[in-house]
Structures are given as C-alpha cells and as structure tokens.
Design a binder for this molecule. Sequence first.
Ligand code: OSB
Ligand code: MG
Length: 343
Amino acid sequence: MLQELSLFRYQLPLISPIWMGGQLQTTRTGLLLRLTDADGFEGWGEAAPLPGFSHETIPEIVLQLSHLRTKNKPNPPPLPFTNWYPSAKFGLDTALANLQSQKNGLPRYNSARKTVLLTMLLAGSPEACLHRAEQAVQQGYKAVKLKVGHGKPAQDAALVRSVAAIIGEGCTLRLDANRAWTLKDALLFTEQLHSVSIEYIEEPLKSTRYLPEFERLTGMPIALDESLRDRTWDRLQQTPFRPVALIYKPMLSARPRSWYLESGIPVVLSSSFESGVGIQALLALASHIGSPDMPVGLDTYNWLQEDVLAPRLSLNSPAVALEEVLNRAHVVKVENLDLFRIG
Ligand code: OSB
Ligand code: MG
C-alpha cells in the first residue's frame, strides 16, 4: 500500500548560463516525487519540464499529481489521466519503479548489463569544443555530440572538420543544429565538410519540410529530435525520408516508449538537464532498451553545478558502471529541498 506522495522543488545552479525557452537560464528548477509505502520504503522520481521544450509548467504538474491522493490506495495507484504531462508521467513511473526495486531488493537496471556507454557533449566556444574533443579521445569516448548552427555555416563546418581530425576513427561524431538552418545554409555547411564522416545530424533545418530534399541532395544521415514532438513526423512519413536515429527524451516526449521501440529505427536515449534522480532513472532505462554499444546522451548532467544527490554521480567517463551509479550510496539531500505539498 502506498502511504504518501511528497513533492519537493529543487533549484540547482548551472555551471554556465544556457539559453532555454528564449531566456538565458542560470539555474535548473524541477520537482522531485517521493512515494512512501506502509513499510517505510521510498521511491524517488523527477518531473522537471524544460523551459522552451516542455509545454507544461511546474504548477500544472503539481495540480495533476495532486489528484493522486495516495493514502491507502493499492500499489500502483490508479492513474486518473490518459493525458499525463510527459514530465509528470516520467516522474511517477520512475518513482514507482524505484520503490519497487527498494522493496524487492533487486536492481532497477538490467543486471545482464554492466555498463552504459555515454557521449560527451561539445558545447561553448570553438576552443572549448576542441579542448573537450581532445579529452574525449584521451578518455576513450565512443561518440561525441557537437552543437552546430550558431556561427556561419562555413565556420561551423571548419569546427566540425577540426573536431573530426582530433577524434579520428575510434570515436563517432554526432551533430545537432537544433533547426538553425535554411536549406541553403545547411547545403553550404555540408559542402564544406569535405569527406568528414558524421554518424548523424539532429534537426538541421528550420523548415522541416525540406528534410527529404536535404537528405536526397547530401546523403547526410539525419536524426530527429524536436520533429518527433510536433506534427512534422506525420508529414514526413508520407515521403521517402528515413531518419537514421530517433532521439528519445522521456522527460519531454508525449509519445509512449513503445512507439520509439517499435519504430524499427535506432533510438538514442537522451537527457534534458535532469538532476541525479532523473539521470539515475535514465541510466536504468538505458540498460533495458537499445543496444549495449549505442552511446546515450546524458552529458547535460555535467552542466549542473550542484546536485540533489550526495555523493554526486560520476558521469565523466565513456562507460559508466551501473552498480556504481545505481546504488543506495547516493541519497537525496532532502534538507536542501522545499517541500511543496504532501498528498
Ligand atoms: O538539443 O538535443 C538537444 C537537452 C535538452 C534539450 C535539447 C537538447 C538536449 C541535448 C541532450 O542535447 C544531450 C544529448 O543529446 O546528448
Ligand atoms: Mg537535439
């Protein structure tokens, strides 16, 4: 029997300000959910809508979750909504999974897997990106992801060539343009790449209707991220266009996990600046879905200057050991959180 649902609000400083939702954010704010059962077991989850990407807000999630008056309800509680906000659903599902694993003493990750591979995110100034790329090679990363679309297409292409020269053959290069370019700019960019090998580029175009043409003209492998969250995908399905990967961010996506897994297209699980609680849930999920040699994108964690967990998770290596990051040594620092509401 579930005894209690407590909601806590956290606010964590970022290591440097980031543009989100048209604003320069210096902190990340979210909700933590704590489910407690009659035997005193706890399960933690995180619901943290991302400004500029999520459609829901924290007060809306609180309202939705407040319908779960959990006292003396069966476990799991009946879910009164069919239209869960993605972040609320992620928080609740993962809190329940965490509670279940605390109760039965079994890990919530797939114990047939020892590690999960991570990508390194290259962002910031070109110098910073090049420096990080060197670190990625030294540390043995299998994939890096570079943000493009900020400078002129030719400058971006030059940076991509430099990064590619640094990382060499053993590490793949993923790009993300976050819909920055017109078709013309995207073509200018690709022309200047010369023969650099790219694993894929996420969302190259402002106007997604030209994705099939861009793919046809350049042969560049394309991954979809934002386009899965609006109506673009429905239109693209009527074309010969085929993405090589789908970026799956459970905190932001209204699509069920089964939709991604049944698409027949490789899925790349990614984070959305979650705290350690959400990242632990994503790592557990990563061990259950997808192939063991597909690196996942959880590097946003390293953009947080502080965490709700102590000790912090160590996500600074190309392969993270599941038993090291998903164990009881990492506890939520409840005293640093604002209690929002108890249901
Ligand atoms: O642009 O893919 C993005 C995180 C939050 C919002 C948008 C994005 C991201 C990431 C996640 O880049 C990290 C990753 O994919 O490696
Ligand atoms: Mg993206």
